[in-house]
Write a protein that binds this ligand. Structure first.
Ligand code: FES
Length: 157
């Protein structure tokens, strides 16, 4: 059975942790590192990170479940994170969610059958001045309406 963390990934984690006075301070960048390499963070990954950083697994779970940028299951090629918080809702965000669900044929939390899109509702993206907004992978899109979303989706291969 192969280890949860490859030797190369374990070395990257150790190198990253060495930059901090306490290894546990590297938790956020280490989780990003593991997620970038593996696509999402499994329970086994959480356990392995905890062991590597010398912290309790529950501390890793707390962080992974608090921040919506961490994924606990595989996502599609394009991960659409649509803000469902107050400013975006007041600016028409609820209608955008309905439009995305209808257009993609999935509900919040779902992935299209072809694995191309995952749709997730998230808390404030910190871009309220562009409400309503969403992120697709690491790109922000704001001041959206249904037509704008359609143009964006049509541009994604
Ligand atoms: S409420 Fe949507 S970005 Fe802040």
């Amino acid at each position: 059975m192969s280890p949860v963390l490859s030797a190369a990934l374990a070395k990257k984690i150790d190198d990253l942790a060495a930059r901090y006075p306490a290894k546990q301070a590297a938790l956020l960048p280490v989780l990003h590192l593991v997620q970038n390499e593996k696509g999402f963070l499994s329970a086994e990954d959480e356990q392995a990170v905890a062991e590597r950083l010398g912290i309790l697994p529950v501390k890793v779970r707390e962080v992974v479940t608090f921040y919506t940028m961490f994924r606990r299951s595989p996502v599609g090629k394009y991960h659409i994170q649509v803000c469902t918080n107050l400013s975006c809702s007041l600016a028409g965000g609820d209608g955008l969610v309905e439009h995305l669900e209808a257009r993609l044929g999935i509900s919040l939390g779902g992935t299209t059958a072809d694995g191309k899109f995952t749709l997730t509702g998230v808390e404030c993206l910190g871009a309220c001045e562009q409400a309503p907004c969403l992120m697709i992978n690491f790109d922000y899109y704001g001041n959206l309406d249904a037509a704008g979303i359609d143009r964006i989706l049509e541009g994604l291969a």
